[in-house]
Design a protein around this ligand. Structure first.
Ligand code: SAH
Ligand code: SF4
Ligand code: F3S
Length: 398
């Protein structure tokens, strides 16, 4: 059979799709170039917001005339909808032992843990992915060694909360140090960190390990302590600010050379009961921290979560207004931060090319566009940045 996998959601799901592809290939199936050319459509679902669930079921409707299977993150009620429709839901087995069929040889996603024990009051993930499970460090290191041998330039460790990784005595900082000590010239990145579990040991390890890229994604969700409590996040705004301060100081100390640490975050607007004043606290925090990137979303009630019991009190139009206010502020901050890149030299990993241009990302995870010339996917080059906007950089090979 010819299969096509449609992936929704986060990097974890993209990585899981590569595992599903490996399984299908092993069973003798071939991948189709397009969904239309396929006999089997696998939909790898995300349920983080209701809009994502709508998209999943939209695709189910669209491909009714084909064989369909659904995998990934789905709530019990939505699984029942599939059963009623005779559509199978695929559960992952031998999850960590299944070597993915990677789309991209140069940037390799590598789940080190799955699931989540945190039960943030708005979040579906503990219900769809179950409890935390860490992969043995030995097999992680072995897979990375083999990836590096095959030419990988960037290793992206994945987990819902990588900070709580543990394999007996090996915690996350120790895992990072072991990987950092492997020979070769490669970038090491990880997502996602949780502010409540970001230890001093992890901060120092990040700053000291030269292969770890100077970039961190550290979701804050809200800049208001009362909302953070209602979200069950287990940290305060002061704690978060202190983490950022320590991170920036440690990077300055151990890596004084350009570029400085880049920081991105996630924010939810319109959580139940979020007042204008509480939202303004979030805006104030954004101004203070100066994020390089913010992934913001309007609150969406998820069935079975603690927050779903509260009234979804902020009207859509107000949620939209708050999202726009964040976007505007982000645009100002990112414009200013990116301007500092103009005229600077920086390492860039080339991720795609066309006839005229090469596209890549800086070691700080910013998008760059360069004239193609001799550049190939997977090259790590020294680039010079010529011009900048809020959302990306332009430059050329030095
Ligand atoms: N483990 C990560 C986040 C995983 S979900 C963490 O703790 O930060 C990715 C992002 O989706 C979250 O950071 C949050 O900003 C957003 N999100 C999760 N549930 C949501 C909901 N019910 N409504 C809107 N956004 C949500
Ligand atoms: Fe969801 Fe919170 Fe777990 Fe992140 S830490 S996956 S937001 S429950
Ligand atoms: Fe990721 Fe969506 Fe699942 S964000 S963990 S695919 S619910």
């Amino acid at each position: 059979m010819k299969y096509f996998i449609l992936t929704f959601g986060c990097q974890m799901n993209y990585s899981d799709s590569e595992k599903i592809a490996a399984k299908l290939k092993r069973a003798g199936h071939q991948s189709a170039k397009t969904a239309t050319a396929a006999d089997l459509i696998v939909i790898n679902a995300c349920s983080v917001r209701q809009s994502a669930v709508h998209r999943v079921f939209g695709q189910v409707e669209k491909f009714r005339d084909k064989k369909i299977a659904v995998a990934g993150c789905l709530l019990p009620n939505d699984k029942k909808r599939l059963t009623a429709d005779n559509i199978p839901f695929w559960y992952p087995d031998d999850y960590f032992n299944l070597t993915p069929l990677r789309q991209n040889k140069f940037s390799a996603f590598l789940p080190v843990m799955t699931g989540c024990n945190n039960f943030c009051s708005y979040c579906v993930v503990p219900f769809t992915r179950g409890r935390e499970k860490s992969r043995p460090a030995k097999t992680i290191v072995a897979e990375i060694k083999s990836l590096l041998k095959k030419g990988a330039k960037e290793i992206i460790l994945l987990g819902q909360n990588v900070n709580s990784y543990r394999d007996k005595k090996i915690n996350f900082p120790r895992l990072l140090k072991t990987i950092n000590n492997l020979p070769g010239n490669f970038w090491l990145t990880f997502i996602t960190s949780h502010p409540k579990d970001m230890s001093d040991e992890l901060i120092t390890t990040m700053a000291r390990c030269q292969k770890i890229t100077p970039y961190i994604h550290l979701p804050i969700q809200s800049g208001d302590d009362k909302i953070l409590r209602a979200m069950n996040r287990h940290y305060s705004v002061a704690h978060y600010k202190n983490l950022i301060k320590k991170l920036r100081l440690d990077f300055k100390k151990h890596r004084p050379a350009w570029p400085p640490l880049a920081i991105s975050t996630d924010i939810i607007v319109g959580f139940p009961g979020e007042t204008i004043k509480q939202f303004q606290n979030t805006l104030r925090l954004i101004k203070e921290i100066k994020f390089d990137m913010i992934y913001f979303a309007r609150y969406s009630p998820r069935q079975g979560t603690a927050a779903a019991k509260l009234a979804d009190s902020i009207p859509q139009c107000e949620k939209k207004r708050r999202a726009q206010a964040i976007n505007q502020l982000l645009k100002q901050t990112a414009t200013r931060l990116n301007k500092k890149y103009a005229g600077q030299a920086i390492k860039v990993l080339i991720t795609s090319t066309d006839k005229d241009f090469a596209f890549g990302k800086t070691i700080t995870n910013k998008d760059v566009k360069l004239p193609t010339e001799k550049l190939k996917c997977g090259d790590i080059i020294d680039a010079k940045i010529i011009s900048t906007t809020a959302w990306g950089l332009k430059g050329h090979e030095k």
